[in-house]
Design a protein around this ligand. Structure first.
Ligand code: HMG
Ligand code: MG
Length: 319
């Protein structure tokens, strides 16, 4: 029978197993975009701004605040301009906005945004459903967008969706994920966020996918964006941290989903990620109690359930 070890011994044991977990993990908070894009009712600019301010106060300095996509496609993001204008962005922070095309970038430049993200997919059908074009067309469309952004001094992040499965095509080839990721890095994205859009992955599958991407991109340029539809996201992240990946996308209160991915539910709750990393002695710079307050604020405002088990477990304590 295996006995539980005291924490000190566990740390020693991990060391003996030669796990190479990073010392610091950077959190990219996506709730104001990925979380609120999937909410059925209108969320006011004031509520979004308060959420972002509270997230920022918790110590998170990479926040995806909205989208400059077509308001006909995603009406929930239509007030992104207004939001950018009311936000007081701290100097050391990165407030990221999605820009699917040249029109999106025009809007970002007009607002003085310093960080944008383009989003591609490893599935042809999802690419068509989400951006009305093939994977190849999307990459051709992004190339001048990324170049113009870089020329304007704007940093560009890249996304690849459906990296562990597609709601329309099922299994996705890891080589396709690697190919699209490399194309985004080659055109100038500083990192690629690998999206398990519908939360179908499991840990070893996630590791195989990451291994394929690591053949073409170093770990420092990879982020993980795992939706938690089947409760696997935290396990998948832990499995991939062993590869030295140190950027995790997450969403407070587990808010989220993609309107163009059937069955997509929320991202992994940021509270869960911070609780786990705190317990492993991995630094994030994020205050868990403050973060929990941000999650409580937004779920109360929206009148929805808080999907973070850490937040709803009672009084938060350090693991
Ligand atoms: P389209 O219909 O092919 O575009 O959509 P179009 O160029 O033919 O334009 C059609 C109309 O939209 C025109 O207006 C354009 O002006 C307007 P009209 O003449 O009919 O009045 N338009 C725009 N308006 C404002 N801003 C723009 C813009 N572009 C066109 N940027 C398009 C193509 C890409 C625009 C559309 O498909 C779109 O907006 N898609 C976005 C879908 C989306 O936001 N999905 C969710 C985000 S991705 C995600 O959640 C996954 C992720 O989380 C990772 C993961 O989990 O896997 C990132
Ligand atoms: Mg997502």
């Amino acid at each position: 029978m295996q006995h539980l070890l005291p924490l000190r011994s566990q740390q020693k044991y991990n060391h003996m197993l030669n796990k190479k977990y990073p010392a610091f993990v950077r959190i990219v908070e996506v709730s104001p975009r990925d979380g609120l894009q999937n909410i059925n009712h209108h969320v006011s600019t004031e509520v979004k701004a308060e959420l972002i301010n509270q997230l920022s106060m918790s110590g998170i300095n990479h926040i995806e605040v909205g989208s400059f996509v077509s308001p006909k496609w995603v009406p929930q993001m239509a007030n992104t301009e207004e939001l950018i204008h009311v936000l007081k962005q701290p100097d050391n922070s990165h407030y990221i906005v999605l820009t699917p095309n040249s029109k999106g970038l025009d809007r970002a430049i007009e607002c003085g945004v310093r960080d944008v993200a383009v989003f591609a997919a490893a599935s042809e059908t999802f690419s068509q459903k989400n951006t009305n074009c093939s994977i190849e067309e999307s990459l051709l469309r992004f190339k001048p967008v990324v170049q113009r952004a870089l020329d304007a001094g704007i940093r560009v992040r890249g996304y690849v969706s459906c990296v562990l499965g597609c709601p329309y095509e099922g299994e996705i080839d890891n080589n396709k994920v690697a190919e699209v990721s490399q194309a985004l890095i080659n055109m100038g994205c500083y990192e690629v966020s690998l999206g398990d859009t519908i939360g179908v992955g499991t840990p070893v599958k996630a590791q195989r996918m990451v291994e394929a991407v690591l053949k073409v991109i170093p770990a420092e340029k990879i982020a993980l964006h795992f939706h938690d539809t089947r409760g696997q996201a935290l396990a998948n992240i832990l499995a991939c941290l062993e590869y030295g990946i140190s950027t995790i996308d997450a969403s407070v209160a587990g808010l989220g989903g993609c309107p163009y991915a059937e069955g997509a539910s929320g991202n992994l709750a940021t509270e869960e990620v911070i609780y786990m990393l705190d317990g492993m002695g991995i630094k994030t710079g994020v205050n868990l109690n403050q973060l929990i307050k941000a999650g409580q604020f937004i779920t109360q405002q929206l009148g929805i359930q808080n999907n973070s088990r850490v937040a709803t477990s009672g009084s938060p304590s350090n693991p």
